[in-house]
Write a protein that binds this ligand. Sequence first.
Ligand code: NAD
Ligand code: MG
Length: 420
Amino acid sequence: MPPHKNLRRLAVLGSTGSIGCATLDVVRHAGDRMQIVALSAHTNTSLLAEQVREFQPEIVVVTGFRLQTPDFRFQTFGTETRSPKPEVFHDSDALCEIVTRDDIDVVVSAIVGSAGLQSTLSAVEAGKTVALANKESLVAGGELVTEATKKSGGKIIPIDSEHSAIWQCLEREWRVARGKGRELRNSQASPSQTLAPGPSSLTPTIILTASGGPFRDLSRQELERVTVADALAHPTWSMGKKITVDSATLMNKALEIIEARWLFDMPPEKIRVVLHPQSVVHSMVEFVDGAVMAQLSPPDMRLPIQWAIDYPNRFPCPARRIDWETMMTLEFFPPDFERFPALQLGMEVAAQGGTAGAVINAANEVAVEAFLQEKLPLYQITTVCQSILHHHNHERRPTFTQLMAADRWARSETQKWISR
Ligand code: NAD
Ligand code: MG
């Protein structure tokens, strides 16, 4: 049988996580339109083994510890000898190598934290299409990653639901602005190449929606008493622990402001946030004439994941759909910058660029981990990030090595702050 004409051969980095599993469900429903070439996981080898049995990838990468290859095969297939597949690699350098392979069309970047930066960068440098869930790579290395994308002709298609919505709202505008009509659908240019440069007075405004997390209505005093279990109970989304805590502090929205700044080449003053508890409107774009476009769907990541992989095509999707027979109320509120100071921090970092993103991201990763280990109260996550950001020596156009140094510095300073 000839291959599907829209076949996407995938590497799924972080396949055992929340986004990784949702991606594999999309693949499960896509039939011969999608094929898994590579999977990676950090430590959850039992789930990885199940995924290997089901999807039969050529390559598997385990980054968290070293397994003897025969043991892994044994665990995976129940026999040491049955099949030479998959080839097993063991460190994060292997991730950077496998994403450049000719037999991979789309790299799904779904590792959590700045651990996903290097493989994302390698993929775009190799001119690949990256379906990007790992927002931290744009937060920490936005300029480097988008420059590399432009240079290689690669593409970054967002999986983050807000950015996916914004992309969908802007697509027609890009076509009109560039006068390319249907051409854009085939050109698959990267966002930074396609966003209408035009005069800033004509630049649309991006409106990021935020559920507000579980503590949307708590007072400052009440926020001081929340527990890890409270923070992990997100009202609308089921996600990995780190992003769930980020949603509770609204640091997730701060990271998304920075992500949008790089992905859409937007000045921060053109990015706004509104609270929308139902998580049905995934984000909006307001054009200069006042028209607002939005993308709506129930909170289910399988839709933006499939859209990023299949772009620019649309196919039926396993994600839940809006039930138009049921009454639905959609609410919008302005956010309270005082109770959630992370938002202001996001704006500040988006304006600064340079090493600021790597610093706030690293400080936040360490602080979230400390909160999960009950060594830091939730409300102090933003406080420590603010403090570390304001003490760092800002470098405006950092190299990769300088970004990594800023990341290490911020991690060590945040540890010291927490121990004090
Ligand atoms: P998760 O914790 O559920 O999964 C993380 C995955 O990364 C796992 O497969 C794990 O094995 C791997 N991993 C962890 N540490 C690693 C390391 N040091 N090196 C290599 N691999 C490592 O996280 P998630 O919720 O799936 O989120 C993944 C990314 O997607 C994050 O950047 C998050 O912000 C973003 N995102 C998630 C959602 C969501 O609904 N979960 C929505 C939007 C964006
Ligand atoms: Mg999001």
